[in-house]
Design a binder for this molecule. Structure first.
Ligand SMILES: NC(=O)c1ccc[n+]([C@@H]2O[C@H](COP(=O)([O-])OP(=O)(O)OC[C@H]3O[C@@H](n4cnc5c(N)ncnc54)[C@H](OP(=O)(O)O)[C@@H]3O)[C@@H](O)[C@H]2O)c1
Length: 254
């Protein structure tokens, strides 16, 4: 099916890491894009209350939900209850396609945030608007964003964890491709080019930053540690494989 042109697309979370890249990508392709977030000057909305959604979604063809909250107190309200409010407002506004963003393997790692993502997926799949879910692996930006502040303490505590990190810009291109096409009522998986251990990613980060921070191997006990060591957050056969490795992304100075 050919990509549709000149769409009006709302991007919830359009000021975030992924959302910002999705907004740039869709604008480059000539679509009319609305940035929805609490701090958006154009379309301030709050997903936890539904405030602003009706006006922001009027006349939109597609809504991309790239919002996020990792706070234990707010994640459910933003991602699960927020999806319900967003979908109800989309239905009222006549939005034809809801594009959700989730995480490869989230059902296999029993931590609170991933449970919330699974619950969010279910709300979307049983919701009133045709949908596609783009599942992505961890972004290069996330790993760098965790390692940088830890380095200031002088130590990198590092569990063994097989990851397949990907540049958020490459995920954004996949999300934009999905948004331009009819809803699949199914998932598209996007993953990075290589499966690497977190300890090797940290080694590359230290080299790129000429950092003398000490690596501290730690053991993550229980089912979470086992799942991460076994590569539960990776996939051998993604639908879309990014091309930029973590090392190349670091060299490019991100
Ligand atoms: N980060 C990763 O490695 C990764 C990997 C795979 C999948 N994902 C998924 O990708 C999506 C985006 O993640 P991200 O890391 O790009 O997020 P992020 O950078 O933390 O951005 C979150 C966005 O959500 C908005 N937001 C938060 N609370 C809101 C509320 N109550 N109402 C309206 N907007 C709200 C924020 O803007 P305001 O603060 O202005 O409201 C911001 O634009 C999530 O679904 C996440 O699970 C992330």
């Amino acid at each position: 099916m050919n990509a549709r042109e000149n769409l009006t697309i709302a991007v919830a979370g359009g000021t975030g890491t992924l959302g910002g890249a999705v907004v740039d990508e869709l604008r480059k392709r000539g679509h009319h894009v609305r940035v929805l977030s609490r701090r958006s000057a154009e379309h301030p909305v709050d997903l936890t209350t539904g405030e602003g959604l009706a006006g922001a979604l009027a006349d939109c063809d597609v809504a991309v939900d790239a919002s996020n909250s990792t706070s234990p107190k707010r994640a459910r309200a933003t991602l699960v209850d927020g999806s319900r409010l967003l979908l109800a407002a989309e239905e009222k506004a006549g939005v034809g396609h809801h594009v959700a963003v989730s995480i490869v393997g989230c059902e296999k790692v029993p931590i609170g945030y991933y449970r919330t993502k699974v619950a969010q997926e279910r709300v979307v799949e049983s919701g009133p608007v045709d949908w596609t879910t783009v599942r992505a692996t961890q972004f290069h930006e996330l790993v760098a964003g965790v390692l940088a502040p830890l380095a200031r303490s002088g130590l990198h505590p590092l569990p063994k964890a097989r990851l397949q990190t990907v540049a958020s810009a490459e995920v954004a291109r996949a999300v934009a491709d999905v948004a331009e096409r009819p809803a699949l009522r199914g998932r598209v998986e996007v993953a990075g080019p290589e499966i690497e251990d977190l300890r090797d990613l940290a080694l590359q980060w230290r080299a790129a930053h000429r950092s003398r921070v000490l690596p501290l191997p730690v053991m993550l006990p229980g089912p979470v540690g086992r799942a991460l060591r076994a590569g539960a957050l990776t996939t051998d056969r993604p639908d879309v494989r990014g091309t930029l490795t973590f090392g190349q992304w670091l060299t490019a100075g991100r």
